[in-house]
Design a protein around this ligand. Structure first.
Ligand code: ADP
Ligand code: MG
Ligand code: MG
Length: 920
């Protein structure tokens, strides 16, 4: 193999930077050396203090996996050479008994997957090198603590030995000594623990699985540091395919084929005493976007201690208040500025201070809540760091969902039982549950729940996804629970230290009040304030305001700017005045789909039943007149709200029998009546009629435009209602703009015949009212034949609207109503489909859309083309629709803001990415 597998970063022995960059930009490099590796290299390059090391590429991981977890030829030589160079650069050797080099082995994929894969610290320690570490530091306790941590991590990460065994051993040691804290154990205790831990290793590692550590058939903790290193590298590559990582990728739509890099990096120590510390931070507040330093640190601690919530952390702003750390703290705050200047974004940072010297261990663009994303984007624009187009591109459309989700009703009265950190905004109400398994069980039973944990671990991911919100008694704002919840947009309150959680007995006690909350008791949490409440607090939908309004306005500016590329509209699907008003409030320019069948439900159901079932023409006629009056009322309401804006009304579409009651229920009723000796003749007659309407494949049956062809009076009634409502409003000076959409057309002749009738009726109404009515008539494209024959059909249509629900159904031959339970999960699992094709436009269906657009524009150059299916509100699909040349997308009223943002981003991307300001 000729490709390069290893890239070095950091300085050499003489202090020269020898970083080998893997790409022209961090964005490019991250595909090769992963996000962590690319940013470590980038930080070295701009002169920040980064412990030296090297990255083994993601492509090597993929090759290793594909090769059956065996190193492809030549790769280990390249790694060994890089390691030898690193030893040379440091003037130290792995395992040296005088002055040993220690390294960490860290994973790092192209996308950040916090806490998803594993890291081994202090690698290179054995019984000899620990003595060297003592000699160099004069700190016996530190050396043995590092060693026992290494044995513990190596056993866990590389060999899969349960961490609990080690925790138990530590607890036993503390009990034996009569102390409470880890820090109260002395060097001798820690040395004992190392021996003890090796015993745990020997007893729990299966040599058949790990022959590399077998000595005479027994598992022995490997003392050879080069073997330690190789096994750790293999474990990181192996961890790419562990269940946790696979689930996380599925959740976050990250492809499995990317692989992870391995970063081997010289250790620095935050646990060398009071002049050392370690911490994690954000350059701004990732919860609400305030421009302030945000994060936690721990004095005399290593790595994961901060996020593990084992000790209570201190706020990052206080770093400069500790005199021994003041200088390093000030340097760190200066680094924040350098990073923001360089990346022009809010950054997430991991650092360690060793004996007063600052080291940068990681940086990446910080994950943030929607609230924070908006504020940071706007402020960075105002600070002149980014353009409006960049600001618009910085907010993930899906994230807006968080803001469009419920909050506590400001008028609700409630009493807070406890207060914690406001780690992820939004409010949630649900039953308290105490394990991830229970959270899943509750969710499956349709019971909303709140996951209550001491602190979450990556193993809790299932439960966190299932729960409405997360509540923890431990950990800071950068704890696992907080980071993941923010990423998922789930409300989270963490670090509620008054909660005494008894997970075994499924309850918690509030320390100051003695209040006990058991599993199933309903609680409410507010991730924006940190409040915890017993009972259900009323929730309200938030309004579009402030920062969200600003970003959406900028998005519209870009989206509607003809000089920046093709314009794409955003409409909403609404069938009543309230939803129409919500649509307008959320920024919809028109109604792209007004489904009239929803107007036939409730009290009106009996009218349509009479129409379908009555034997007498008079009854039928009366029913249809009444329906017509009712519909006209509906349209008056819709057109008033949408004055001056288009409303695309679809003629009746679903199979008629959907308006009938279930024959099965009637059957049961008849049986019961018979038992009681009642006369059932009438019900039997009704049942016979119901049966007559049953179809083997109703979705392929009498529906869509076929209905109006079989029952012309339905179309006449609907068109009359639409046209007369419009005429009435025109008379009083309003500007109603209905359009009539014929569903499920496959043959041009269907549209020709229906259109003729529709136009006749419109003309009649126009004459009756003495007004001019200009009502465009178009069709939904939701059958493959219609897409294929679009040129012919377009000659008779003023507009097309792709109905991707049916189009997907008929293109794939999947029944939308059944796939979910039948086979979709399996298809997703086996990657037969990448995403649910009813949620995100399938490539094959997109091909039909492409044909439809092409033919449609040929047949009628003035054709307006949109989409009104479920996918119309899906950001990924919106990108496809932009590129397919659609004039608008139409989606549910609540997704309109998401669609506005996604459409703007699609346009920006299609036109070469956001305009930028040169970074400093
Ligand atoms: P994750 O991707 O899960 O954040 P990391 O590779 O960042 O895992 O490692 C976790 C923690 O281990 C880091 O935050 C850092 O504190 C510590 N760590 C990693 N490498 C080193 C190192 N070379 N020196 C000191 N600490 C390190
Ligand atoms: Mg990290
Ligand atoms: Mg349809």
């Amino acid at each position: 193999m000729s490709e390069k597998h290893v890239y070095s970063f950091g300085k050499d022995h003489a202090g020269n930077d020898v970083t080998e960059v893997a790409g022209a930009s961090v964005e490019e490099a991250k595909w090769i050396v992963g996000g962590k590796g690319a940013n470590l290299a980038e930080m070295s390059k701009i002169g920040l203090p980064v412990p030296p090391g090297f990255s083994i590429t993601c492509q090597t991981c993929v090759a290793y996996s594909n090769n059956g977890n065996v190193w492809p030829e030549g790769v280990t030589d390249e790694i060994d050479a890089a390691m030898a160079t690193l030893e040379e650069r440091m003037g130290k050797k792995l395992g040296d008994a005088e002055d040993p080099l220690l390294v960490s082995v860290r994973s790092g994929a192209p996308f950040s997957m916090p806490g998803m894969m594993d890291t081994v610290l202090n690698l290179g320690l054995n019984d000899e090198s620990v003595q060297g570490l003592i000699k160099q530091t004069g700190n016996e306790r530190f050396a043995w603590d590092s060693y026992r941590r290494f044995v513990q991590m190596f056993s866990g990460v590389v060999m899969g030995v349960s961490g609990q065994l080690f925790e138990d051993a530590i607890a036993a040691k503390k009990a034996e000594k009569g102390v409470k804290l880890d820090t109260e154990l002395d060097a001798n205790d820690l040395r004992d623990l190392v021996t003890w831990f090796k015993g745990i290793f020997a007893a729990n590692v299966d040599v058949k699985e790990h022959p590399e550590v077998s000595k005479n058939g027994y598992a022995v903790f490997p003392s050879d540091p080069y073997l330690q290193l190789r096994l750790a590298e293999q474990a990181v590559f192996g961890s790419w395919m562990n269940d946790r990582a696979i689930l996380y990728r599925k959740q976050n739509k990250i492809p499995d084929e990317l692989g992870t890099a391995v970063n081997v990096q010289v250790m620095v120590f935050g646990n060398k005493g009071e002049t050392s510390a370690t911490g994690v931070a954000f350059t701004r507040n990732p919860a609400d976007g305030t421009n302030e330093r945000y994060g936690d640190f721990l004095i005399n601690a290593q790595g994961e201690d901060v996020v593990a919530g084992i000790r209570n952390t201190e706020p990052i702003a206080d770093l400069v208040k500790v005199s021994a750390l003041k200088e390093a703290g000030e340097e760190l705050f200066h680094v924040f500025e350098i990073l923001e200047d360089h990346y022009a974004d809010m950054m997430d940072i991991e650092f360690t201070i060793e004996n007063g010297k600052l080291w940068m261990l990681q940086t990446r663009v910080g994950k943030r809540t929607a609230l924070s994303a908006l504020k940071v984007a706007i402020q960075m624009y105002e600070e002149g760091r980014i353009t409006k187009e960049q600001a618009v591109s910085r907010v993930a459309p899906e994230q807006l969902d968080q803001l469009l989700h419920p909050q506590f009703d400001p008028n609700a009265e409630y009493k807070t039982i406890a207060k914690g950190l406001n780690a992820s905004p939004g409010a949630a109400v649900g039953a308290a549950v105490f394990s991830s398994a229970d959270a899943e069980a509750f969710a499956e039973a349709g019971k909303p729940c709140i996951l209550v944990r001491w602190e979450t671990t990556p193993d809790d991911l299932h439960g966190m996804v299932a729960a409405e919100g997360i509540l923890t008694s431990h950990g800071g704002k950068t704890s696992h629970a907080a980071v993941i919840a923010r990423g998922m947009g789930a409300p989270c309150v963490c670090g509620v230290d008054t909660l005494r959680i008894d997970a075994a007995n499924k309850r918690f006690t509030v320390a100051d009040s003695g209040l006990v909350v058991n599993e199933g008791d309903v609680i409410s949490i507010d991730g924006t304030t940190g409040d915890v409440i017993l009972g259900a607090v009323e929730l309200v939908q938030p309004e579009l305001s402030g920062d969200l309004q600003t970003i959406l306005a900028w998005a519209d500016e870009v989206r509607l700017d003809e000089s920046r590329g093709r314009v794409i509209g955003v409409r909403a699907n609404a069938d009543n005045p309230t939803d129409a008003q919500t649509s307008v409030d959320n920024g919809a320019e028109a109604i792209g789909l007004d489904r009239t069948e929803h107007m036939f439900l409730g009290e009106r159901k009996h009218l349509i039943q009479d129409f379908i079932l009555a034997d007498s023409e008079d009854v039928k006629q009366l029913a249809i007149e009444q329906l017509g009056r009712a519909q006209k009322g509906d349209f008056l309401g819709m057109f008033k709200v949408m004055d001056g804006k288009d409303v695309v009304v679809r003629l009746l579409d679903p199979p008629l029998h959907e308006f009938l009651d279930s024959p099965r229920e009637l059957d049961v009723e008849i049986a019961r009546d018979e038992e009681q000796g009642k006369d059932t003749a009438a019900k039997r007659a009704l049942l016979a009629k119901f049966d007559a309407f049953q179809e083997a494949n109703p979705m392929l049956g009498l529906r869509g435009c076929r209905l109006g062809l079989v029952y012309p009076e339905l179309n006449v009634m609907q068109v009359r209602a639409i046209a007369s409502a419009a005429a009435e409003l025109k008379r009083v000076g309003l500007d109603p703009r209905p359009e009539i959409m014929v569903p499920l057309v496959g043959f041009e002749e269907e549209l020709i015949q229906v259109r003729e009738e529709v136009e006749q009726t419109i003309k009649q109404v126009a004459d009756e009212y003495g007004v001019e009515l200009n009502i465009p008539v178009g069709t939904m494209i939701e059958l493959p034949r219609a897409a294929i024959m679009s040129e012919e059909i377009a000659k008779h249509a003023d507009f097309f609207s792709f109905g991707t629900n049916d189009l997907t159904q008929t293109c794939l031959g999947f029944s939308r109503d059944d796939v979910e339970s039948a086979f979709m999960p399996l298809y997703l699992e086996r990657k037969i489909v990448k995403t649910n094709p009813f949620a995100t436009l399938d490539k094959g269906v997109a091909e039909l859309v492409r044909m439809g657009v092409e033919g449609g524009r040929k047949g009628n150059p003035n054709l307006t083309i949109g989409v009104c299916g479920e996918t119309g509100g899906d950001p990924e699909s919106i990108h496809m629709y932009y590129n397919l040349g659609l004039d608008y997308v139409s989606c549910s009223p609540y997704r309109v803001p998401i669609a506005r943002l996604a459409a703007a981003q699609a346009k920006i991307q299609a036109n070469g990415g956001p305009q930028k300001i040169a970074t400093k």
